[in-house]
Design a protein around this ligand. Structure first.
Ligand code: SAM
Length: 382
């Protein structure tokens, strides 16, 4: 039994929303795509890159039953398979251990998940997989408390929290984020959470919201009359309260195009932020950082939509009008925005071609890089 095991596993709790497993909408697909693609970059970055972590963990706090009733894989199998099928799997396992902890409260869901996991056996050495029956927040609180007591740290972890409802305790998220290289990916059930915030003065509700937001600040921080702006204010508050450097979201829209829930990625790592931005662009190639329920999940795009880079071009010209900037500086400056480095490179390349921008210290190499980091300056006429 591991540090993630609960002392008294809850028995027989009934899944409160069994219909969840009947459908597989585009929103569920996008959620799983984001996990698959992100982990595809995260595993090697943490183990083979500069961090060289000897052990990494994937934790699924609301793991579910493993498969939907029509056979589509649930998040535990998506995560496990993304590692088992990874091109660098054996290289990673040569120097690191990779553990998967799947926590699930409903006993029959745990049984079903265990069956699915059995079908993946035998697993290569140094991969650990454990399905744990219990309440995820009690399990996580127990883990944090015992690590603190022993003066130990949690191994670098990607923790996916995917409840049906919105009652996720903010204190637990904050405590998890204090460990180095722990990242959280939380499904925030915004429609219901927003309704609760609007009823925040009802008896009992305020105390619940204080626990979700780890304090009373939500009263003043989530004030806008607009549903989506309120969601942004909620993200800003959670980011601040958890102490995370970066918060990246992807909004999941219902039939009426309003945000039903959003997936929130919290990390302290610049690389994690960049990787999640790339992942979200892959999931939503038109930009906008949202997915629609009404899109048909199996639909393949014949022509991939191109992002409209005009706003980024204007942004770049505005920065260069202020003063010349090094190429890498501009890259740092777009990190808080939705734009990717490759978008900026495309804009800069076009501006150079059009002779609107000139570069100094250019070392004749085709591509810019940290060792070929020219100073970009606007030409007089631009
Ligand atoms: C949205 S489903 C999870 C779906 C799964 N993450 C996936 O993508 O395949 C939510 C799951 O959380 C479980 N659950 C609800 N409350 C829980 C709790 N406090 N601790 C652990 N599991 C819980 C439910 O039984 C259900 O299986």
């Amino acid at each position: 039994m591991s540090q993630f095991s609960e002392e008294t596993p809850a028995g027989g709790t009934v899944d409160s929303n069994p219909d969840y497993w009947l459908e597989y909408s585009n929103l569920q697909k996008v959620k799983h795509d984001v996990i698959r693609w992100y982990l595809g970059g995260w595993f090697p970055k943490l183990t083979l890159g500069q961090w060289g972590s000897k052990r990494v963990l994937y934790v699924d706090t609301n793991a579910g039953r493993g498969k939907h009733l029509q056979g589509q894989l649930g998040s535990p199998l998506v995560a496990l398979d993304s590692f088992l099928n990874h091109d660098f799997r054996d290289r990673i396992l040569a120097s690191s251990e990779v553990f998967f902890y799947f926590i699930e409260r409903d006993k029959s869901n745990v049984n079903s998940l265990q069956q699915e996991l059995k079908a993946r056996e035998p697993l290569p050495k140094r991969i650990g997989v454990e399905a744990i029956a219990g309440d995820c927040f009690k399990v996580l609180e127990g883990v944090v408390a015992s690590l603190k007591k022993e003066g130990k740290s949690l191994a670098p972890s990607f923790i996916f929290c995917d409840p049906y409802g919105f009652k996720v305790p903010g204190r637990t998220l904050r405590e998890l984020m204090t460990f180095p290289r722990v990242e959280l990916f939380v499904n925030v059930i915004w429609r219901e959470l927003d309704m609760a915030i609007r009823q925040g003065d009802k008896p009992g509700m305020a105390a619940l919201l204080d626990s979700i937001f780890d304090g009373p600040e939500w009263r003043a921080a989530i004030m806008s009359a607009d549903h989506d702006q309120r969601a942004e204010q909620c993200v800003t508050l959670i980011r601040k309260k958890t102490g995370a450097r970066w918060a990246t979201t992807i909004r999941m829209l219902g039939e009426n195009r309003a945000t039903r829930y959003f997936l929130l990625h919290l990390t302290n790592s610049d690389d994690g932020r960049d990787l999640m931005k790339e992942t979200v662009w892959k999931a939503c190639p038109e930009g906008g950082y949202y997915a629609r329920k009404s899109d048909y999940p199996a639909q393949q795009m014949l022509i991939m939509p191109e992002p409209d880079l005009r706003p980024l071009r204007e942004w770049t010209l505005a920065r260069l009008r202020e003063r010349p900037h090094r190429w890498l500086q501009l890259h740092e400056m777009i990190r808080p925005t939705m734009w990717l480095g490759k978008h900026l490179n495309e804009v800069v390349r076009d501006l150079r071609k059009e002779k609107k921008v000139e570069d100094f210290d250019y070392r004749g190499k085709k591509h810019f890089s940290p060792s070929n980091n020219p100073n970009l300056k606007l030409r007089e006429a631009a």
